[in-house]
Write a protein that binds this ligand. Structure first.
Ligand SMILES: [Cu+2]
Length: 251
């Protein structure tokens, strides 16, 4: 669970090393948590700033960093002290999920999203003694991740609002067109399970996706979501990646 991991008593702009450190942490948090997460962190940090000292009862001074007071994580993953990396400017505390990198001082970001996704899947397969390596096909997963990249970043999406939903012409060429033809029709089933009426038609250079609903609020939502908002719908995407790697699922 999320635990309080640090409450700073370092004043704003303490200068030198401290300032560098706090800024570095902020940027890392932005990268990890996204804006919504940071907003949540800021809100809880404000609340914690109002806390009396006894609320920090799990805290423990870090001898190497006398200006800061640290709290132990509550997720059971790390039992060691943080090493002075959790001050924030303005005397605000910092809360949230502690990541492995913060606990160990070792980096965890893979540097490339598809690389990291494959790395995670391979580790899951390696950790499972039941993995049938004669069936594992990481190349198929890689091809799918390339499709995802093409459809997300390079396909053109021309959206047309309908009274009861949206019609989207998704087009491209070469590898992008291949990705469109594989991914968009395969997604229709997922959309139907969400209660929408979805269909695709082939275009010379892509696919036309039409998603409608008899519910006016849903129709409004569909128009707001547009191409990519609709594509991210569905609860099992990540699970499908694992199944693809095991040759149990294709799309
Ligand atoms: Cu995917």
């Amino acid at each position: 669970m999320i635990g309080i991991i640090g409450i700073s008593r370092v004043p704003a702009y303490c200068g030198g090393k401290g300032t560098f450190r706090t800024r570095w942490i902020m940027s890392r948090w932005l990268g990890k948590a996204g804006l919504a997460g940071v907003a949540m962190i800021a809100a809880t940090a404000y609340a914690a700033a109002q806390m009396p000292d006894h609320a920090r009862m799990h805290g423990q001074m870090n001898p190497g960093d006398s200006g800061q007071q640290q709290m132990m994580p509550q997720n059971g993953m790390q039992g060691r002290m943080m090493h002075g990396q959790h001050g924030m400017e303005g005397g605000m505390g910092q809360h949230g999920m502690m990541t492995g990198s913060e606990a160990s001082g070792q980096p965890v970001l893979p540097g490339q999203e598809a690389f990291g996704t494959i790395q995670e899947i391979v580790r899951i397969l390696e950790a499972d003694p039941a993995t049938d390596w004669s069936k594992v096909n990481i190349s198929a997963l890689r091809e799918h991740l390339i499709d995802m990249d093409e459809a997300t970043m390079r396909a053109a999406a021309t959206e047309r609002a309908l009274d009861n939903g949206i019609e989207i012409a998704v087009t491209g060429e070469g590898r992008t067109l291949d990705a469109i033809r594989r991914m968009i029709p395969a997604h229709v089933h997922e959309l139907s399970q969400l209660g929408w009426n979805a269909k695709t038609e082939d275009l010379p250079n892509g696919v036309k996706l039409t998603v409608i609903s008899t519910d006016a609020r849903q129709a409004t939502k569909l128009r707001a979501l547009g191409f990519m908002g609709i594509m991210v719908q569905g609860a099992h995407h990540q699970q499908h990646h694992l199944m693809m790697a095991k040759s149990e699922f294709t799309h």
